[in-house]
Design a protein around this ligand. Structure first.
Ligand code: SF4
Ligand code: SF4
Length: 169
């Protein structure tokens, strides 16, 4: 019969030797591979105690930034939400009242600001779109969780604490 391809291999049907029947060559081969790996550098790290260095372009959890005086930078302009390809950002704007100048840098601020991290693809477009340097992606890895609700990060989760020095890009 004509062959369609030359890929077929003739199967060796010679009777097995005693050593082959006892799997000795296969055991020796397997053990030699294992021993070879014992003396090699470990491919794993003891996470979370030990962490691998991140790439300089790594993008992690978002941070809402404050200015040098500790005021919120975000003016709720919505550009980050517009730039977001995953439609992960929602916000509600509010007018700054008299006496709140020490809290909000601009006349408008985000009364509500949320990012749905289940939608986010960490592309960084929101950071690029922001004219106020108010949002940026930090080097913090987003923690795992058990509920979908916990992946909706609210303003309080994102806003840098007042005690912490203002971050710069
Ligand atoms: S990183 Fe990208 S996907 Fe995530 S919120 Fe920003 S723009 Fe949207
Ligand atoms: S984070 Fe920046 S782009 Fe987004 S609403 Fe605030 S000021 Fe505008």
């Amino acid at each position: 019969m004509d062959k369609l391809t030359n890929k077929s291999v003739q199967v060796n049907r010679n009777p097995m030797t005693l050593a082959e029947k006892a799997y000795l060559p296969a055991l020796a081969k397997g053990l030699s591979i294992t021993l070879g790996h014992v003396f090699k550098k470990k491919a794993t790290v003891r996470y979370p105690e030990e962490k691998r260095p991140f790439s300089p372009v790594f993008r992690g959890l978002h941070i809402l930034n404050r200015d040098e005086e500790g005021r919120e930078r975000c003016t709720a302009c919505g550009l980050c939400a517009l730039a977001c390809p995953a439609e992960a950002i929602t916000m509600e704007a509010a007018e700054r009242k008299a006496g709140e100048e020490n809290l909000y840098r601009e006349e408008k601020y985000a009364a509500k600001y949320e990012i749905n991290m289940l939608r986010c693809i960490f592309c960084g477009y929101c950071e690029e779109a922001c004219p106020k340097d108010a949002v940026y992606l930090s080097e913090t890895v987003m923690p795992a969780n058990y509920s979908r609700k916990s992946f909706i990060y609210k303003k309080d989760d994102l806003l840098i604490p007042t005690t912490k020095k203002t971050e710069t890009k």
